[in-house]
Design a protein around this ligand. Structure first.
Ligand code: GDP
Length: 609
C-alpha cells in the first residue's frame, strides 16, 4: 500500500507544527489527547499511566472539519497538519532536541485544576523555559468542581456561564491559585479570553471526560499555528530528524520511531544513527506511518511511503538498528557528504551527556534507555532536593561489567554500590553477580520512583530528619485577634483569630511582639468551625485556636492584661526552626506544603531568639 506523501502535503512550503503534551502524572494527558482524537487508549494502559511514546498526526482537512464545528475560520491555515506527541513524563520532550535546541514547536501543559502545579508540572515548565517553547495551559478536570453541570463539548466560557454562583466562585479561587503558582515560576498566565496582554500564556480550562474547553484548545493551537507558521514553520530541505524510540515490532524486527522535523526522507537513503558503542551506518528499508488520526500505540497496519516530508512521525525499518539510541539525531548521507565526519557527529550526542560526569567521585552508577532519559535522570539526581552523586552513566542494559563497576564502591562508600536503572533490562548474569557481590540494582520506569527507592534502600535517614524537621519547624504566621470571640482568657487561652499571613499549625509556639516579645504558649488545637478540628490553617481563614502554656511563665499570661485584642499574635521562630525550614522546606525561597507557595515578600515579620 504505497501512498505518495507529497499528495497529502499542501502546495505551500510549510511544515506541520509539532506539539508535545506535558504535565504531571495523572493530570489527564492521555485522556485529553483521546478526547481530541476521539479514541480511547487510556483504559488499555497499565494503571492508566502513559509510559510509551505515541504520536498522532492530524491532517489539515480533519482540523478544518473540526474548526467548522466550532465556527472558526481557518481558511488561512496553510500547514499540512498538526503532529501531536504524547510524552511519557518528559522523556519524549527531552529526546526531541537537536544540537541544543528543542524540536517541539508548541506544547500543551496539562494542569489538574484540583491539584495545581505539581512536581512534574514544574519540571515540564523548566524544560519549556529552557528551550523557549511556547505553550498553552490546559487546566483540566473542571468537571470535578463540586456541583459542576456538564455541558458536553461546549466552549468553556459558555459552560461556566451556566454554572451556579458557588461553582463559579470555586473555579475562580482555584484558577487564581494556579495563576499565582505560575507567577512564582516567573510566568504570567491568564484565562485565554481575559485581556490580551503580551508575554502571557493562555489558560484553557478543560474536561477530558465531558469535553468542555476542548474546542478552544484546538482553536488556540490553530491560532498559534497561523500566527507563527510563516516565521517558524518554513520547510527546508536540510534533514532534521530525531530518534524518539527504538522498538521491536513483530514481523519488522528492531525499528526506530523518528520525528522528521524538516526535510525529506526516502526509501533507500543511507543514514547514520548513534549506537551504543559505535555509529550505525545503514539504509532505510521502509518508511512507515500509522493511518491518519490513529496513533502508533494503537495496533494496526502501517502506510508505506516512498518518501516522506516534514513534519512527520515515522517508523523506520533498517538493518543493524539493534543498538540505536533514542534521543539522538538521525543523519542522511548524500553522495557528496563526508561519512566519517557524520559518524563522529552522530556519536557526539551521547558523549555530550556522559562527559559531564566526574568519574573520580564517589557515587552511584546510572543507566537509562535513551539519551533524553539519561540526561533527565542525571539532572534530576543533581537537583538540590535529591542530590545523589553519580560516577558512571550509560545508555545500555545492565551487564556484568556495570555491576563490577558499581562494586568498586563497596569498599569506599557502601550505599553507593548501586545501579539506578531507568527503563532498561538487567541481564540475568548481571543480577546474579550483583546479588553475590552485594551491589543493589534499582529498576523503575518513573524517574522519581528511582530516587525514592534508592533512598529507602540506603536507610531512611533523610526521611527521619524530615519528620523531625516537621515537628521542629515553625512556620511563620501572623494572627489578628477577633475581639468578639474570646472564649477563655487564661491557660488555656481560647480565641478566634483571622490568619493575616502565613500558615498556622498545631504545635506552633505563639508570642506577642511587644517590647521584645511575650511567649504565651503553643497551639494545642485549631477549630475551623464548631467541632471541626484541623491541623493547619492558611492566610485568609478564620479559626478558633487553643493556646496552652508550656511552662509556668506562659501559663500565667492572661488575655486583657498581658495582651489585648489589638495586639497581633505571631509565631515564635527560633534559629533552629529557621535552619530546619531552610534545610527541608527551601525557606525563605518558598514554602511548598500542600501546594501553598509563599513568596519571600509575603512572609510575615519574624520574631527570633
Ligand atoms: P496522564 O497520566 O496525565 O496521562 O493522565 P490520564 O489521562 O491517564 O488521567 C488520569 C486519571 O484522571 C484517569 O483516571 C482519568 O480518567 C482521569 N481524568 C483525566 N482527565 C479528567 C477530567 O477532565 N475529568 C475527570 N473527572 N477525570 C479526568
Amino acid at each position: 500500500e504505497h501512498v505518495n506523501a507529497e499528495s497529502k502535503q499542501s502546495e505551500e512550503s510549510l511544515r506541520s507544527p509539532i506539539c508535545c503534551i506535558m504535565g504531571h502524572v495523572d493530570a489527564g494527558k492521555t485522556k485529553l489527547l483521546d478526547r481530541i482524537r476521539g479514541t480511547n487508549v487510556q483504559e488499555g494502559e497499565a494503571g492508566g499511566i502513559t509510559q510509551q511514546v505515541g504520536a498522532t498526526f492530524f491532517p489539515a482537512e480533519n482540523i478544518r472539519e473540526r474548526a467548522k464545528e466550532i465556527n472558526v475560520d481557518i481558511a488561512k491555515l496553510k500547514v499540512p497538519g498538526l503532529l501531536v506527541i504524547d510524552t511519557p513524563g518528559h522523556e519524549a520532550f527531552t529526546n526531541m532536541r537537536s544540537r541544543g535546541s528543542g524540536l517541539c514547536d508548541i506544547a500543551i501543559l496539562v494542569v489538574d485544576l484540583m491539584h495545581g502545579l505539581e512536581r512534574q508540572t514544574i519540571e515540564s515548565l523548566n524544560l519549556l523555559k529552557s528551550r523557549n517553547t511556547d505553550f498553552i495551559v490546559a487546566l483540566n478536570k473542571v468537571d470535578r468542581l463540586y456541583g459542576w453541570k456538564t455541558c458536553r463539548n461546549t466552549r468553556f466560557k459558555e459552560a461556566l456561564e451556566r454554572q451556579a454562583k458557588d461553582v463559579k466562585n470555586e473555579f475562580y479561587m482555584r484558577l487564581n491559585q494556579v495563576i499565582t503558582q505560575f507567577k512564582e515560576q516567573g510566568l504570567n498566565t491568564d484565562l485565554y479570553y481575559e485581556g490580551n496582554m503580551r508575554e502571557r500564556y493562555n489558560i484553557v480550562p478543560t474536561s477530558a471526560i465531558t469535553g468542555e474547553g476542548i474546542p478552544e484548545l484546538l482553536w488556540l493551537l490553530l491560532q498559534w499555528s497561523q500566527k507563527t507558521m510563516v516565521e517558524k514553520l518554513t520547510y527546508s530541505d536540510q534533514v532534521q530528524c530525531n530518534v524518539l524510540e527504538v522498538k521491536v515490532v513483530e514481523g519488522l524486527g528492531k525499528t526506530i520511531d523518528v520525528v522528521l522535523v524538516n526535510g525529506v526522507l526516502h526509501e533507500g537513503d543511507q543514514i547514520v544513527v548513534c549506537g551504543n558503542e559505535e555509529p550505525i551506518v545503514t539504509t532505510i528499508r521502509s518508511l512507515l506511518t500509522p493511518h491518519p488520526m490513529k496513533e502508533l500505540r494503537v495496533k494496526g497496519t502501517y502506510l508505506h511511503h516512498k518518501e516522506i516530508k516534514a513534519a512527520q512521525f515515522v517508523k523506520i525499518t533498517a538493518q543493524g538498528l539493534e543498538h540505536a539510541i533514542a534521543g539522538t539525531s538521525l543523519y542522511v548521507v548524500r553522495p557528496q557528504d563526508d561519512l566519517e565526519g557524520i559518524k563522529e557527529a552522530a556519536m557526539q550526542d551521547v558523549k555530550s551527556v556522559t562527559s559531564r560526569i566526574d568519574k573520580s567521585c564517589e557515587g552511584v552508577c546510572v543507566q537509562a534507555s535513551t539519551r533524553g532519559s539519561l540526561e533527565a535522570l542525571l539532572d534530576f539526581l543533581k537537583s538540590p532536593e535529591v542530590n545523589i552523586p553519580v560516577r558512571y552513566a550509560s545508555v545500555d542494559p545492565v551487564h556484568k561489567k556495570d555491576v563490577i563497576m558499581a562494586s568498586l564502591m563497596l569498599e569506599k562508600k557502601k550505599e553507593f554500590a548501586a545501579i539506578l536503572a531507568f527503563d532498561v533490562k538487567v541481564t540475568r548474569e548481571a543480577q546474579e553477580l550483583a546479588d553475590e557481590l552485594g551491589v543493589k540494582i534499582f529498576t523503575a520506569d518513573v524517574i522519581y520512583h528511582l530516587s525514592n527507592m534508592f533512598k529507602a534502600g540506603t536507610g531512611n535517614l533523610e526521611e527521619e530528619k524530615k519528620e523531625e524537621a516537621a515537628r521542629e519547624a515553625v512556620f511563620p504566621c501572623v494572627l489578628k485577634i477577633l475581639a468578639d470571640n474570646i472564649f477563655n482568657k487564661k491557660n488555656p487561652i481560647i480565641l478566634g483569630v483571622d490568619v493575616l499571613a502565613g500558615i498556622v499549625k498545631v504545635g506552633t509556639p505563639i508570642c506577642v511582639p511587644q517590647k521584645g516579645f511575650i511567649d504565651i504558649g503553643r497551639i494545642a488545637s485549631i477549630e475551623i468551625s464548631e467541632g471541626k478540628s484541623v491541623d493547619l490553617a492558611k492566610k485568609g481563614q478564620q479559626v478558633t485556636i487553643k493556646i496552652v502554656g508550656t511552662n509556668p511563665e506562659e501559663q500565667k499570661k492572661i488575655y486583657g492584661r498581658h495582651f489585648k485584642h489589638d495586639d497581633e499574635l505571631v509565631s515564635h521562630i527560633s534559629r533552629r526552626s529557621i535552619d530546619m525550614l531552610k534545610a527541608y522546606y527551601l525557606w525563605p525561597v518558598k514554602l511548598d506544603m500542600n501546594h501553598i507557595l509563599l513568596p519571600k515578600k509575603q512572609l510575615p515579620p519574624v520574631v527570633m531568639t
